[in-house]
Design a protein around this ligand. Sequence first.
Ligand SMILES: C[S@@+](CC[C@H](N)C(=O)[O-])C[C@H]1O[C@@H](n2cnc3c(N)ncnc32)[C@H](O)[C@@H]1O
Length: 343
Amino acid sequence: MKLPVLNSPYSQINNLLYKSYLPQIINSAVETGLFDALSGKSLSLRDLAQELNTDERITGALLRILVAIDFMKEQDGYYSLTVLSEEYLVSNSLVNQLEAVRMFAEGTSPFDGLKQALKGETKRFNSGMWVSENAVLAMEKSAKAGEIQAAVSFIKSMPDFYGAIKMCDFAGGTGHYSFAFLHENGNLHSHVYDLPEVCSLAKELKCREENFDRITYHDINGLGDCSLGNDYGVFFISRFLYECREEAVLRAFLKKVNGSMKKGGLFISSHIASCSKKECGLTIAMVELMTQARGYPVYKLSVNALKDALGETGFGEITILQPDESVAFPIQLLAAKKTKDAE
Ligand SMILES: C[S@@+](CC[C@H](N)C(=O)[O-])C[C@H]1O[C@@H](n2cnc3c(N)ncnc32)[C@H](O)[C@@H]1O
């Protein structure tokens, strides 16, 4: 038998394929209660299996994987959580990402239609994906895992923020960014615009949260829909400007934004940008392919196009904060001041 001479390591593919099973493995650990059982303490394999009522041998095999991916530590036969799993995989953590893990582990994949999309049979984007209780809460939890903190520290670095008494949070979901900003400026009132179903879920889910009375929710459907109000000292938009994929649409929207703001007011966008690290670059490339295949053509925002459009619609004094790549997505923050009325 003549054996082929190999020029590259197949392990590179094999390892990747095996890694793709990890969400299922992690989700099974979550559903068995493993992370909750180890929260704040360490247990031997025997005690853990007893507490979970699971098979000791299989539980041990699972633990070895969780140790290998740094979700678990083992010392002298005792297992405990790492900071990472304690923070994101324990159910009573405010930033648990259990819904994201479940979505990756179960059901259909967003790439199911990729073959058809490659043949040009792109689906029409279905905005219904935003409007369930699970979806709005998952969005909020994901933002709380670093993005809101970055936006708060950015906005606090702008002296004009403290003089603002009225803000707009466009496509703001449950208003999670607004709640964080209101906490920093006691005179501020926020107007959150989102799809009608999202606004009614938000009112239901947030009505007991501190400062709920300082938020007004407005039903809206799309960039062109209805008036945006007036006299905003801050106009905030997070992860929605991608809708303006054509420059003319972006300019028309920014003109409308300008008209809704006070002179000297702050426009702030938080959006996914490019990133330099290889692993994060791959995630972003996958998000881009996924959204395009689902009929949502652009995900990364061209910051130069945004800067040009802002310059043409009465904004100036642009400040940009480059992404902190420790958050789930490389979010760039951009602030611009309304310097004059748009022509
Ligand atoms: C990526 S999420 C961003 C949510 C929030 N701003 C954040 O950054 O966490 C997009 C938001 O846009 C809202 N949305 C989607 N289509 C919309 C439309 N046609 N009009 C208004 N809002 C819409 C969704 O309901 C969702 O809250």
